[in-house]
Design a protein around this ligand. Structure first.
Ligand code: HEC
Length: 132
């Protein structure tokens, strides 16, 4: 019964803000990415190449896609959020090793304890090199 009540409420809610659906959508996308301002360094091609290979041989693509949200956020979206520099690369590399959640939504990233810090940083460098 509660479920139907919620459904009814949701329907009314959606109908009541029907007048500006496009604006609402674009705001939602920006909230999801929450771009962080900062200085961008460039990633050397050979580092990005190495990161690409490391990622291909790991389990990352079971939960991540390049262009599309899957279990985890799209690599493109991660690249959009974070500035490309040492601070963020190290922070994200630690997160890949430790696993975690709450920064993009509910699902949890498994920890990757077998990756070295260097490998994780190289992988993250490849992901952030997708920043346009
Ligand atoms: C079991 C599924 C899963 C696997 C496997 C996985 N991820 Fe994730 N990843 C996630 C989820 C879910 C999130 C979002 C976590 C959050 O909201 O904080 C995420 C987030 C990330 C982030 C962004 C972290 C942040 O705090 O913004 C990076 C970078 C990342 N993953 C890299 C990787 C790499 C590299 C691999 C392979 C070594 C990998 N992931 C494997 C599910 C996974």
């Amino acid at each position: 019964m509660l479920f139907f009540g919620c459904l009814l409420f949701a329907t009314f809610y959606l109908l009541s803000c029907n007048n500006k659906p496009e604006q609402k959508n674009s705001r939602k996308t920006i909230d999801y990415i929450r771009q962080i301002p900062g200085i961008n360094d460039s990633i050397p091609d050979e580092v990005a190449e190495k990161g690409k290979v490391l990622i291909a041989y790991s389990d990352c693509y079971t939960c991540h896609k390049i262009n599309q949200r899957s279990v985890g956020p799209a690599f493109n979206d991660i690249a959009k959020r974070y500035p490309v520099n040492k601070v963020y690369i190290e922070m994200l590399a630690r997160k890949v090793i430790m696993g975690g959640s709450r920064s993009w939504g509910y699902p949890v990233m498994d920890p990757h304890p077998k990756l070295s810090f260097e490998e994780a940083k190289t992988m993250v460098a490849y992901i952030l090199s997708m920043k346009k």
